[in-house]
Design a protein around this ligand. Structure first.
Ligand code: BGC
Length: 735
């Protein structure tokens, strides 16, 4: 070959040589072609003790340090879990007042769980990860997977209900969606943070079975199936030791048994002991309430437990440096997976796609609880005027609630959504009751005059054809809000009285409850229709109006049971020592019988059962089709069942599979959810649902053997449309 220009040849040779020589100067830890572990091991010995200590505690309220000298990036964290929180100040929890940090608010996780649709959880995670990327965040502090133990927990709205299997499935998909972006999810709060009252110190005592069968499975699934990159410790104590430095939970279970290779981050201010923090598996200490936080002094974050004092101790040889090396390895791994991942995209904030996902989740999560005489849907044109009563029709419910509070670009209120759907002139509105501004961790008296609001509502209710009451809880302290529990199971702000008074005047009332928790419904027999609408985020009004009008058919199912009264709930049945405890200890006396496991086993009829939700169409269940009936313990069971849409609208049904063991040697719940599938059917259509259930999932946790056991026995698999509506069952035998 004859080169036209010999200079080109020389330039190519020069470049190749330059690359080979220079490549030797790119350290392995910076080279993404090397395996992750080699990069971590390459970086660690290059770090000084000072740099290592800097990495294991906060450098700002939501950031931990990198190693600038080595070009190793810092980490930026953000709440989570329903959207990317507005920027906070470096040194405190006040908002930084940026003007470019408005986000998409996705529906609260209770609503996501109510969709029973893991694909939507994946899209939710993917979208929130994209918003995190745009805001240059590396770790999203969510999802929350604490189990719904009582309807009083102020933070239930941030979790995914009472069933470990449902929570696991939804959380795993959420995490996969987030982490696809090179952004870490941080599953929280590990573990047993099932109430907000005394959350900073209450000591939870419970059996090994309750721990392993109810409260840990979702965390386990997030680690083993979701490969989550970080976990947040809980504030409370578990068996005498704080969650953020709990040897059993972190060292033994999370890191040893589940082989978790990610980072354990403390909840903000959840660290209380330097020694335990160092030795019991905590990797990054965040939010410790040092005085320094209030000042702009030089060493604000040096006062942390794993900061200056620890450095001195290691220097003096009182603590070996190796005690923190494992933490640093994990943090390096997290940094390489996230902030130093060159494949990360730019992300996007409030894109049309994200808004659509938020709306879709909202629509699929809304649960129709009662619908006598086809009250819903309220078809367009059927009534000349619709009277809307209730503060939640207009209150911005992305505000308040605690760390999940969001600064949304736009929040379409239920009232706005209804006006848009039915025409402004066809909607009248009055508040009916008032709760005051959105607050977190304090109570503010309502500025509204309750009497006049009440009177006005009754006056307007007299002559209208139809009323939509849009009420429920809100994000104020002692409602659905962090740092405090609800004080009552009743609707607050005299709503029950208002509803009853309205019903005396006008019976054509549909109740729309916006909340993340169950509430008492003393008026349930008198109202024709009730809808559970959660906190739906940016697209609240659009999603709700689509369901109310029938443009979308509801398909949500309850992710937790609604008891008739508080005492019916398992945890509350046992009195104060069980919930909320005596300010020092509490005992989970209902044990493994949480949620429907309690109502079923104790034969207590809930107001609305787990898994329950109506549709505007009707579904018919066929017979379970199973090829064989005898299984060994390592086999999987394959089932199918035909489901038909026999109504007049297209719609979706969530088919649930529960399992009962017939003669267990230990107490077992009446039945437990082992599979579910949501299916979309056009009117007149029939489809087979196919599920695969591993026999190993029938196991209970044997406290003596400290392991999972499947007993030889007959098991009954129920196919159901809710926990109290079994359509048909089939028996199988396990040998
Ligand atoms: C909450 C966490 C949250 C953190 C940071 C804590 O008070 O419990 O869920 O992620 O604050 O805002």
């Amino acid at each position: 070959m004859k080169l036209k220009n010999p200079h080109v040849f020389l330039i190519v040779i020069y470049c190749l040589l330059y690359r080979t020589v220079c490549a030797q100067h790119i350290p392995i830890y910076l080279d993404e072609n090397f395996p992750l572990e080699s990069r971590v091991e390459d970086a660690l010995p290059k770090m000084t003790l000072e740099e290592k200590v800097a990495m294991i505690h906060a450098q700002a309220m939501f950031s931990s340090a990198g190693v600038p000298r080595l070009g190793i990036h810092e980490l930026w964290m953000t709440d989570g879990p329903h959207g990317i929180r507005a920027e906070l100040n470096w040194n405190n929890f006040d908002y930084a007042k940026w003007t470019n940090d408005e986000c998409t608010a996705f529906p609260a996780l209770t609503c996501l769980a109510a969709t029973f649709n893991p694909e939507l959880a994946y899209q939710y995670g993917k979208a929130i990860g994209e918003e995190a990327l745009y805001r240059k965040k590396d770790v999203v502090l969510g999802p929350g997977v604490n189990i719904y133990r009582t309807p009083l927990n102020g933070r239930n709205f941030e979790y995914m209900g009472e069933d470990p299997f449902l929570t696991s499935k939804m959380a795993v998909s959420y995490i996969q969606g987030v982490q696809l972006n090179g952004v870490a999810a941080c599953v929280k709060h590990y573990a047993l943070n099932n109430q907000e009252q005394w959350r900073q110190h209450i000591n939870v005592e419970l059996s090994d079975r309750a721990l392993h069968e109810i409260y840990l499975p979702a965390f386990k699934a997030c680690v083993l199936e979701g490969n989550v990159w970080s976990v947040m410790g809980s504030y409370n104590k578990i068996r005498g030791q704080y969650g953020c430095h709990n040897n059993l939970l972190i060292n033994e279970i999370l890191k040893k048994y589940w082989n978790f290779d990610g980072v354990v981050i403390s909840d903000w201010g959840g660290v209380h002991d330097a020694n335990e923090a160092v030795y019991n598996g905590l990797d990054i200490e965040m939010g410790t309430w040092t005085d320094g936080l209030k000042s702009n002094g030089k060493s604000t974050f040096d006062n942390y437990y794993m900061a200056a004092t620890l450095f001195d101790k290691i220097k003096k040889g009182e603590i070996p440096e190796s005690a923190i090396d494992n933490k640093v390895r994990r943090i390096l791994r997290l940094i390489f997976r996230t902030s130093m991942n060159s494949q990360r995209k730019f992300g996007s904030l409030v894109s049309e796609e994200h808004i659509n996902i938020a709306r879709k989740i909202g629509e699929e999560g809304i649960v129709l609880l009662k619908n006598d005489k086809d009250f819903f849907p309220v078809e367009k044109g059927k009534y000349k005027k619709i009277l809307v009563i209730g503060e939640n029709a207009t209150k911005p419910l992305t505000l308040g609630g605690g760390s999940s509070e969001l600064k949304v670009k736009e929040e379409i209120s239920p009232l706005d959504g209804l006006k848009k759907k039915y025409g402004e002139e066809n909607i009248d509105y009055t508040m009916g009751y008032g709760s005051g501004p959105s607050v977190y961790a304090k109570e503010v008296a309502s500025p509204y005059n309750a009497d006049s609001l009440h009177r006005k509502a009754l006056q307007m209710a007299k002559d209208v054809e139809i009323i939509l009451f849009i009420g429920g809880l809100n994000k104020n302290h002692h409602q659905d809000c962090e740092a405090g529990d609800r004080l009552s199971y009743d609707l607050p702000f005299e709503q029950n009285k208002l509803i009853s008074d309205i019903l005396r005047i006008n019976k054509n009332v549909g109740i729309v409850l916006i909340s993340g928790n169950a509430v008492a419904m003393p008026w349930i027999k008198e109202v024709p229709a009730v809808m559970q609408a959660w906190y739906l985020g940016s697209e609240s009004g659009t999603a709700l109006a689509n369901i109310i009008s029938g443009d979308t058919n509801p398909s949500g199912k309850l992710p937790f049971s609604f008891p008739v009264k508080l005492k019916d709930n398992g945890a509350l049945f046992f009195g104060e020592s069980s919930y909320p405890g005596d300010n020092v200890n509490q005992y989970y006396k209902e044990d493994i019988l949480v949620g429907y496991r309690w109502y079923d086993t104790k034969k207590i009829k809930p107001l609305f059962a787990f898994g329950y939700g109506l549709s505007y169409t009707k579904f018919e269940y066929g017979k379970i089709d199973i090829v064989k009936k005898n299984f060994s313990k390592d086999e999987t069971i394959e089932l199918k069942i035909p489901i038909s849409n026999i109504g007049e609208r297209d719609g979706a049904e969530t088919v649930q599979f529960y399992v009962t063991q017939s003669k267990p040697s230990v107490l077992r719940p009446e039945k437990e959810l082992k599979a579910f599938k949501k299916i979309f059917l056009k009117t007149g259509e029939t489809k087979y649902i196919e599920v695969v259930i591993p026999v190993s999932s029938f196991a209970f946790y044997d406290e003596q053997k400290q392991s999972w056991i499947v007993e030889e026995d007959k098991y009954i698999i129920h196919c159901a449309s809710s926990a109290n509506d079994i359509k048909n069952s089939v028996s199988i035998f396990v040998k």
